[in-house]
Design a protein. Structure first.
Length: 532
């Protein structure tokens, strides 16, 4: 018997209705437990035995039944001599929202045309919780490859490309997703996954507001998003009163009280266990540590992941040994520059609200932060901005591209900008653009890799101080390596080796990823500059 398939027509306005339901009711619904919490020993077994080579694969799978039921069945069956863990997992979980591997690049397309087409390939819609994937009301763009969720700092650079393609509808939808997540969680998590709900990423939300304001009008956008900017600020500044009132608590969560009583920020995480998506790697890194040392190691690794630079020698005491990671001891120059921009943006929002006293309050906070960045993060000997180790009460030796963020935020002096520009050109500029650090360690956020977001921040930062020639040199070298790899490989990739002939980046915990969101966004924005 042949069953007739009846195609049910879509109801007009159905999509808008679903969006409205998620927006209103979703914020009240409890979030599912993270996989490691819900699955217990089953989770440990799958990740420890590496059922999947990439630990992120398992935590992104969708359970076919309630996870508690799956865990109970596992406990009943696991001691059976015929029990097969791989079969058990494949029966109870399935993939959802992965990168479309059937997509093939049209070799006749230019890189710019390819990027415009790829937005549709990287577009996702998820209006109900699915395993670890958290529902959001609007469509969004994912980075690609193993990443099938709306990542925080990636999204700003993706938005630059969407703006170049006049996709303001998508930008606004992604912004509304962030507003939704702030209402639901009180902050913007790394991405809309349950296992990311203990950490954030570099705070680019204020920059997204400024970008959207370009199209939709400054007054309207700043007033609309001011409550969310304030919530973002409260998240990063949580604990500030406690460290002020208790001199024994130098640091709490993401705030640090410096020796002069001022407050600066660090990367952190609210948990001190292995990252679920990198469980095997973290357990291996912490091997040999005991008790509180193990928990401290996991916290430093998680905080390194919140930085977006996971991983880089900038977080290590010994550049070649990840086991010396001490992220939460570090005052990062990029984070504090971004928070300066957040404070300035909030002040501007209050000006549009006709609240001059509140605007002045946040401008004063920004001015204080600017002075503290100058005091703690400018290395006079190196003539470069660096991170600061507040435990050792000394600047870090590592020279990294995080130094361009004070130029990007316009808080460097003209003399400092000149010194940074000289060092960038002499030490960091390679054939394919700027190298991330001067250390070649095998970590992906070190030499010889270059990354799209850092190229953009450097280019914009240099332009703020009139170093247009150097900015263009970086721009066109970066464009060249992107185009070269596209012509040879037919794809955009996550990171590039800016020192080799192949241009293919490497290192880190997982293979080189195709896609790729922020590469597409930055390249489209740079190419669009020459179209005007």
């Amino acid at each position: 018997m042949i069953k007739k398939i009846i195609k049910i027509p879509k109801i007009p306005g159905e999509s808008a209705l679903k969006t409205a339901v998620v927006t209103t009711a979703g914020g009240l619904m409890p979030v599912m437990k993270s996989p490691e919490e819900a699955l217990g020993v089953l989770f440990d077994e799958v990740q420890t035995k590496r059922v999947y080579g990439d630990g992120k694969t398992f935590v992104d799978l969708i359970p076919r039944r309630r996870m508690k039921q799956i865990q109970q069945e596992y406990l009943l069956l696991k001691d059976d001599p015929k029990f097969n863990l791989n079969d058990f997992v494949s029966r109870h979980f399935y993939k959802y929202g992965a990168y479309d591997s059937s997509y093939h690049t049209d070799p006749n397309m230019t890189p710019r045309e390819h990027i415009s087409e790829l937005w549709h390939v990287l577009e996702r819609k998820n209006r109900r919780d699915r395993g670890s994937l958290v529902a959001v009301p609007h469509k969004y763009i994912v980075p690609g490859g193993r990443f099938s969720e709306q990542f925080y700092w990636d999204s700003y650079f993706i938005m630059l490309g969407l703006a170049a393609d006049n996709r303001w509808d998508m930008i606004e939808g992604m912004m509304k997703n962030y507003a939704y997540m702030i209402r639901k969680f009180g902050f913007i998590p790394t991405a809309n996954r349950t296992y990311f709900l203990s950490r954030s990423q570099p705070p680019f939300f204020a920059l997204m507001v400024k970008l959207l304001a370009r199209q939709k009008g400054r007054r309207r956008v700043y007033i609309e998003y001011l409550p969310y900017l304030l919530a973002e600020y409260r998240f990063w500044m949580k604990g500030r009163r406690s460290v002020n009132e208790n001199p024994d608590h130098q640091a709490l969560a993401r705030v640090v009280q410096m020796s002069d009583g001022s407050i600066l920020n660090r990367y952190y995480d609210n948990k001190n266990t292995p990252r679920p998506e990198s469980h095997f790697e973290d357990v291996e890194t912490a091997h040999g540590k005991v008790g509180s040392e193990t928990e401290a190691m996991y916290l430093h690794l998680r905080a390194g992941a919140e930085s977006g630079w996971d991983f880089s020698s900038r977080w290590f005491k010994d550049p070649n040994d990840i086991r010396t990671i001490h992220t939460t001891d570090v005052i990062p120059v990029d984070l504090n520059s971004l928070l300066y921009q957040l404070e300035v943006t909030i002040a501007e929002g209050y000006r549009y609200m006709l609240q001059p006293l509140l605007a002045k309050k946040f401008l004063l906070a920004a001015e204080r932060r600017e002075k503290e960045i100058q005091k703690y993060c400018w290395n006079e000997d190196a003539q470069f901005f660096v991170d600061y180790d507040f435990k050792a009460k000394a600047p870090k030796d590592n020279l990294t591209l995080a130094a361009v963020f004070p130029l990007f935020a316009k808080i460097a002096s003209t003399k400092q900008a000149a010194a940074v520009a000289r060092r960038l050109e002499s030490d960091f500029l390679k054939e394919g653009g700027l190298v991330t650090t001067l250390a070649n360690t095998g970590q992906q956020w070190d030499a010889p890799n270059g990354w799209a977001p850092l190229q953009w921040v450097a280019i914009e930062g240099l332009r703020h101080y009139g170093y247009n020639q150097l900015a263009d040199k970086i721009k066109y070298r970066w464009i060249d390596v992107n185009v070269k790899v596209f012509k040879e490989q037919g794809k955009m990739i996550e990171k590039y080796d800016v020192q080799s002939q192949s241009g293919l980046g490497g290192g880190g915990e997982y293979p080189l990823q195709d896609g790729f969101g922020w590469t597409n966004g930055v390249l489209a924005a740079l190419l669009a500059e020459d179209d005007t």
